[in-house]
Design a protein around this ligand. Structure first.
Ligand SMILES: Nc1nc2c(ncn2[C@@H]2O[C@H](COP(=O)(O)OP(=O)(O)OP(=O)(O)O)[C@@H](O)[C@H]2O)c(=O)[nH]1
Ligand SMILES: [Mg+2]
Length: 272
């Protein structure tokens, strides 16, 4: 596809999305130009540079914010170097230690809002979430959605390279959260998301009690409760190839507790 020269990492569909957005200097284009991607990192030395490089190579003026929790493997120093080399397109938030995924997102949200981003995306550093899906997610926002999830569980979505146990855990967590909380989205635990600025502005992120992975479920629940429109774009989720997973048994138990707490609030119509 010669017309894709210089757009390495974009598949045909994503490229077409971008091309259309460029032809029509409409809301999609404006959003693509005002998008910040937040990447929380803890020990992602092998992944952070290729990921940031691919994001910056997308033919959209993305900004990237890495939120690093003083990774012992030196991820934060690599991110600092990328920031220097990026001509202001990469920012880094350094935190003192491993403070959890939820508060890492919150720190990134606050920075992105303060910088004036219109669209704030989040993704994992380990290539489970491929940057090539971002144009399609942004396009969906431009169609009128307020939160778009890169989803494994809608038609056209898939997982690749995951063990049976991992698939079962993910499927079980989703079924549990959807049933108890009445969530309409299919991939409720996905960290690959794009939020319209107004969604985050209307939310007090510090009020979110859940930390770690269950933050994602609580966030989605609050977004749906406030009546925002949630859409999903199919993605193939690829299991991490480099580095190690940070999911622990404690995180899983905490996520279970979060769903039960929110389900109780829903049952008793307590405002959250
Ligand atoms: N800043 C920060 N980032 C974190 C923390 N825990 C995990 N992360 C990052 O959050 C993202 C998701 O973590 P992963 O370990 O990939 O967890 P996962 O994707 O749910 O699990 P795997 O599929 O097994 O990799 C990655 O980019 C991690 O580096 C944390 O405490 N602080
Ligand atoms: Mg991962």
């Amino acid at each position: 596809m010669p017309s894709c020269r210089g757009n390495e990492g974009l598949d045909h569909e994503s490229y077409e999305t971008w091309r259309k957005a460029r032809k029509h200097p409409s809301s999609a284009r404006r959003l693509l130009l005002r998008t910040t991607v937040i990447i929380p990192t803890y020990n992602e030395r092998e992944n952070i540079e290729p990921l940031v490089t691919q994001l910056l190579a997308l033919p959209v003026g993305l900004r990237v914010i890495v939120v690093d929790d003083n990774s012992p493997d030196g991820t934060g120093a690599i991110a600092d170097r990328l920031a220097v080399e990026s001509n202001g397109r990469v920012g880094v938030i350094h935190r003192a230690g491993k403070l959890g995924l939820g508060t890492a997102y919150i720190a990134g949200f606050k920075r992105a809002l303060a910088e004036g981003a219109d669209l704030i995306c989040t993704m994992d550093a380990d290539f489970s979430h491929n940057p090539r899906y971002i144009p399609a997610m942004v396009e969906k926002i431009a169609q009128g959605y307020d939160l778009v999830i890169g989803s494994r569980y809608v038609r056209g979505g898939a997982t690749s390279g995951c063990t049976f146990d991992r698939k079962l855990l993910s499927w079980g967590a989703n079924a549990f959260a959807r049933t108890l909380l009445g969530l309409r989205a299919h991939d409720t635990t996905a960290g690959f998301r794009c939020y319209r600025r107004e969604v985050l502005e209307g939310m007090d992120p510090d009020a979110i009690k859940a930390s770690g992975y269950s933050f994602l479920i609580e966030m989605l629940y609050r977004v749906q409760r406030r009546g925002w429109r949630v859409g999903e774009v199919p993605i193939t989720f690829e299991n991490r190839r480099l580095g190690t997973s940070k999911i622990s048994r404690d995180e899983i138990v905490r996520a279970l507790g979060t769903v039960l707490r929110l389900a109780w609030a829903r049952l008793t119509r307590k405002p959250i």
